[in-house]
Design a binder for this molecule. Structure first.
Ligand code: N01
Length: 539
């Protein structure tokens, strides 16, 4: 078989894959991106459900590594829609002339570390074999869809869709009865649009969630120009704030304010929109009383907006706000005042099975023509675990991570037994708690510099030490335990799949602090790692 040789193989052509390719090519290395879809974009290629939007302000949802590139693009709206983000990523691919080194419609199925040759052998669903010194995962945190195994779904006579695998053609809901399962970010955004067309729309809700107002709007020419002129400040925010984005904060604990002042601050955020309910006070995610102030504010808003008392009550979330991803929506709670929109709580009335004419619950069947699964992703680890990755001595990533129950990494970037394998925004890095392009740029820059170091010193392999993985997992757990996050079952803990807590797989200390740790590791000659060098070239 014709084996293709590269210095690096990169999996995925989303933000991470595109920038990694650019950096390695600049370094003069040969690199190839392998991407399963037939276009670039990563998760933004697939998540094309109606109303799909980003929840970071678009002016921060861009690459900042090149001032010239940043200044060439103008975002149309405060929150970019999926088609616009896809256009942006295609623009980046063209501007940087990346396409010749991106291979589409190619899914990586297996990667095996070859002890003798000290390189990775990568197999694809196209029957090709690649060999590369470096293997870099840009598969993303949220790309493997979670479709709960409801019995009988094959018997349903109508249409079924998952928000994360939406068809390319427009789905018409006119005159149809639609059931939506799931009310996370994807479900909320979808429902706002589907409710405009459908004859009936019913949300089957397992857990009520907090939805803040987005206040999306077209950006004026002045706002666009202001973003361009603020380039330096935006880049500064990427690496010097906890979330890689400037959010509104008072910089003080909730306890520093009277109840009246707290309410004024929260009203200000509700009116100006966005994710700042989580940042307005410094202790929202760590202190139960501060958290209650903010969560009660949202419950009060629900009561103000939703006319039917029982529906309002059902929509009241009761977990600590921010311990599941805060959602932003546009007049979301208002849709429950419309006669054709219904809410069914699954709490005491769970789904039993899908039947040919709808969804059968414990207390009866909700008949429908369309089922939309907005049931999320096998987050953080799912996409890597789907690939058959075999490190030293035949050890697989599934074995190492005990199928996701016991994730072990160093900095969320590397793993023991898997030399020269780097993960961009892998589990145990800040990733999904940040503005993703910021986290991606930080990781890609770090990996690029690490590769420079290895190449300059003639090092064949770098690999995390077991002790550094243990120490890193402890740091991640210790930080999470100082917050309210571990109190809630969510996809942050892997518990969205089967209710089983799998350990906290995100570094919650902030991207700024995380970057400082990564930089220190690099400055100390990649402490916590072991190296292999050609024997004639002893370290
Ligand atoms: O997925 P989710 P998502 N029976 O996991 C429910 C990013 N994103 O695709 O809460 C019944 O948040 C589940 O219920 P519960 C963003 O980071 C960003 O919406 O587990 N229901 C929940 O309601 C986001 O957080 C953007 O009890 C079931 C829903 O399905 C992340 O992607 C847009 C169920 C899943 O919510 C994931 O969001 C979209 C079952 N068996 C996504 N299983 C923006 O940038 C699951 N559910 C705005």
């Amino acid at each position: 078989m014709n084996v293709k040789q590269y210095d690096a193989i990169i999996i995925g052509a989303g933000f991470a894959g595109l920038y990694m390719l650019h950096k390695l090519r600049e370094r003069g290395l040969s690199a190839r991106v392998l991407e399963a879809a037939d276009g670039v974009g990563g998760v933004w290629y697939w998540s094309r459900y109606p109303g799909a939007k980003c929840d970071s302000d678009s002016i921060y949802y861009s690459f900042t590594f090149s001032e010239e590139l940043y200044k060439k693009w103008r975002w149309k709206d405060r929150y970019a829609s999926q088609p616009e983000i896809l256009q942006y990523l295609n623009f980046v691919a063209d501007e940087l002339n990346l396409r010749p080194d991106i291979q589409l419609k190619t899914r990586v199925t297996k990667a095996k570390f070859q002890e003798e040759a000290k390189q990775w052998e990568i197999s694809t669903d196209q029957g090709e074999i690649f060999e590369a010194k470096y293997l870099i995962s840009g598969v993303g945190c949220l790309s493997t869809t979670n479709i709960p195994p409801f019995e009988g779904s094959e018997s349903f006579k109508g249409e079924q869709y998952h928000t994360g695998r939406w068809p390319h053609d427009k789905v018409d809901f006119t005159g149809k009865r639609v059931v939506v399962i799931g009310n996370g970010s994807s479900g909320v955004q979808t429902m706002q649009e589907v409710a405009k067309e459908a004859k009936e729309m019913t949300l089957l809700m397992r857990t009520p969630h907090y939805v803040a107002e987005a206040r999306n709007h077209p950006l004026s020419k002045e706002e666009q120009e202001q973003a361009i002129n603020n380039y330096k400040d935006i880049r500064e925010a990427f690496f010097n704030t906890p979330g890689g984005i400037r959010l509104y904060t008072t910089g003080k604990s909730a306890t520093a304010f009277s109840a009246k002042e707290q309410k004024e601050k929260l009203e200000h955020i509700w009116e100006t929109g966005g994710l700042s309910l989580g940042s307005v006070f410094t202790d929202v995610s760590a202190n139960k009383e501060a958290n209650f102030v903010v969560s009660q504010f949202v419950r009060d808003k629900i009561d103000e907006i939703v006319e039917d008392r029982d529906t309002a009550q059902l929509l009241h979330p009761n977990y600590y706000i921010t311990t599941k991803r805060l959602i932003i929506g546009t007049n979301f709670y208002e849709i429950f005042n419309e006669d054709h929109v219904h809410l069914v709580s699954l709490k005491d009335n769970p789904i039993e099975r899908i039947v040919e004419n709808g969804v059968q619950l414990k207390n009866g069947t909700v008949e429908c023509d369309v089922i939309i699964y907005a049931t999320g992703y096998e987050a953080m680890t799912g996409s890597l675990l789907k690939i058959d990755i075999e490190g030293r001595n035949g050890k697989t990533i599934q074995e190492k991570w005990e199928d996701g129950r016991n994730v072990k990494t160093y900095l969320g970037l590397m793993m023991e037994s898997f030399p020269n394998l780097f993960m961009i925004t892998g589990p145990q890095s800040p990733s999904v708690l940040t503005n993703m392009p910021a986290a991606i740029e930080q990781h890609v820059d770090w990996v690029d510099q690490c590769i420079e170091y290895l190449e300059e010193k003639g090092i064949q392999t770098i690999e995390a030490q077991k002790e550094s993985e243990l120490e890193w997992a402890k740091q991640c757990d210790d930080l999470a335990n100082q917050t309210l996050y571990p109190y809630t079952n969510s996809w942050y803990t892997g518990a969205n799949i089967d209710g089983e807590q799998r350990g906290f797989v995100i570094y919650v200390g902030g991207l700024n602090n995380y970057k400082a740790i990564c930089d220190q590791v690099a400055a100390n000659d990649y402490e916590g790692c072991t190296f292999e060098k050609l024997q004639s070239n002893v370290l």
